[in-house]
Design a protein around this ligand. Structure first.
Ligand SMILES: *[C@@H]1O[C@H](CO)[C@@H](O)[C@H](O)[C@H]1NC(C)=O
Ligand SMILES: *[C@@H]1O[C@H](CO)[C@@H](O)[C@H](O)[C@H]1NC(C)=O
Ligand SMILES: *[C@@H]1O[C@H](CO)[C@@H](O)[C@H](O)[C@H]1NC(C)=O
Length: 464
């Protein structure tokens, strides 16, 4: 997911190829973690969002104790750009790395018929599997900006760890845009809801819940931070992904669960931003349904609506828009420590300043650093109450908390990381929120159609 052709064509005077990190001998020495990639990635995030105590449910537990919880292998790719896990598919099983993405809902894998996949991308071989079933004779294509993936909706036996489903729908991908997949990654595992599935398939994690395989209806993440470290390898330990429960050695204090916001038929994992502080002072931002935020492990940075992002950067002395070369991005004096905290109806969760600092520009811009918060909507006329997120809260935030995605009741929880997991800042008291954070406004499906474009931009959102 590095080195899109698009990125190569861009000329970025201030922020070109300022790659401070050396990649050891790995398969592709792409310009990962460059500012150029950030630019493309912001556009893909825009495309995705339609702009240019974890106690198990008691009843469930009494009915079934057979379900399990398991920590699964998890890798940090390209300096916190993306996080992948391993899925096995087929009979006999073939094993692949897939981005674990709470911001999309389809499973897709490059297959052996993929003509224009990178030759180094490991590909799934349907011909070598007795459980492969092609479900559709017509190709499903997902388009975005400068490229697309296309393939056939199929079904297979799919496993993660010891959890398995036999007729899991997925897209067996035969065409991708050049440079779409990077390193050892072969596809994406979408972990959001069927409402935004381009293959109209129940996502794997929900299938496991229906099949009573999970001890608790939970997925939990600890995402490691390598940003700012020296000699970061293309692949580093990712932290932990736990299916079916939480891992108490990875967090401290309580998990603060906030009820899902947004449409009554779930799409993305959505919360409403209820308050933001910058350098310790509250900044006025839109709240409620006008502040819907997708909590998205598959997006590297944080994007927000124009007015709010402007207000946040206005509170950082010396900051400015990067300008036409990187629309929506801001720069700030590298000597400034940025402390931003975000609340979603409860506590204010602080973001480590290292995560907001994407590094310096070049030449005369060397004293200015690129910020990890960009303008997602770029002045679009966002209509509130339509279920469209105006924020995407990606890994820049999620590295700072233990995050838990809960099916029942639908909610997202955050907790402070344990010392073992690297620790994180203690949450502060959040702003008081009128009544409850739950917003179940009825939303028509058509309002969500623009969001369906994106199973693909998922992959691209990994670009940074
Ligand atoms: C998976 O393994 C864990 C232990 O690692 C166990 O607790 C759980 O029951 C297993 N799950 C399934 C579905 O077999
Ligand atoms: C919890 O996390 C620790 C540290 O990563 C790991 O050693 C342990 O196996 C995990 N436990 C489970 C149940 O996943
Ligand atoms: C940022 O937070 C840290 C830790 O709380 C504090 O020491 C520092 O002074 C803060 N910086 C600013 C500019 O508020």
């Amino acid at each position: 997911m590095v080195s899109l052709p698009l990125a190569v064509l861009l000329v970025l005077p201030a922020f070109s190829l300022a790659d401070p990190i050396h990649i050891p001998l790995t398969r592709r020495a792409g310009n990962w973690a460059t500012h150029t990639n950030h630019l493309a990635a912001a556009d893909f995030a825009r495309s995705r969002y339609g702009y240019g105590s974890a106690a198990p449910s008691t009843t469930k537990r009494m009915q079934r104790r057979a379900g399990g919880a398991a920590g699964l292998p998890f890798v940090n790719q390209e300096g916190d750009s993306s996080y992948f896990g391993t899925v096995t598919i087929g009979t006999p099983p073939q094993s692949f790395n897939v981005i674990l993405d709470t911001g999309s809902s389809d499973l897709w894998l490059a297959d052996s018929a993929c003509a224009n996949c990178d030759p180094t991308t490991p590909v799934y071989k349907p011909d070598s599997s007795s459980s492969f079933v092609q479900k559709s004779q017509t190709a499903t294509q997902i388009s975005y900006g400068s490229g697309a993936v296309a393939g056939f909706v199929s079904s297979e036996s799919v496993s993660m760890g010891n959890f398995s489903l036999t007729n899991q729908g997925f897209l067996s991908v035969e065409q991708t845009s050049e440079g779409l997949l990077s390193g050892s990654v072969s596809g994406i595992m979408g972990l959001a809801f069927v409402g935004i599935s381009s293959t109209q398939t129940t996502p794997f994690w929900q299938g496991l819940i229906s099949a009573s395989q999970l001890e608790a209806p939970l997925m939990a993440f600890w995402l490691t931070r390598f940003r700012g470290a020296n000699n970061v390898k293309e692949e580093e330990p990712g932290g932990a992904f736990t299916l079916g429960g939480t891992n108490s050695s990875l967090f401290q204090g309580d998990i603060e669960f906030i009820n899902m916001a947004g449409p009554s038929t779930p799409t993305f994992w959505l919360l409403s931003v209820s308050g933001i502080t910058v350098q310790g002072k509250a900044v006025t931002v839109a709240t409620g349904d006008a502040a819907l935020a997708a909590i998205d492990t598959g997006t590297t940075l944080i994007g927000g609506p124009t007015a709010d992002v402007n207000a946040i950067w206005a509170a950082i002395p010396g900051s400015s828009k990067v300008g036409a070369t990187m629309p929506g991005y801001f720069q700030f004096p590298c000597s400034t420590t940025i402390n931003i905290s975000i609340a979603f109806g409860g506590k204010l969760w602080p973001i480590d300043p290292a995560d907001m600092n994407l590094g310096p520009g070049q030449g005369t811009a060397r004293s200015m650093c690129l910020g990890g918060l960009f303008d997602l909507t770029l002045g679009s006329n966002i209509e509130a109450n339509q279920g469209n997120p105006t924020w995407v809260v990606g890994d820049t935030f999620l590295k700072n908390v233990y995050s838990v995605f809960r099916q029942n009741p639908l909610s997202v929880g955050f907790a402070q990381l344990s010392d073992f997991a690297g620790g994180s800042g203690a949450p502060g008291a959040g702003p008081s929120v009128p009544s409850t954070a739950t917003a179940a406004s009825a939303t028509t499906t058509s309002a969500l159609v623009p969001l369906l474009i994106v199973a693909l931009s998922t992959a691209l959102a990994q670009l940074f």
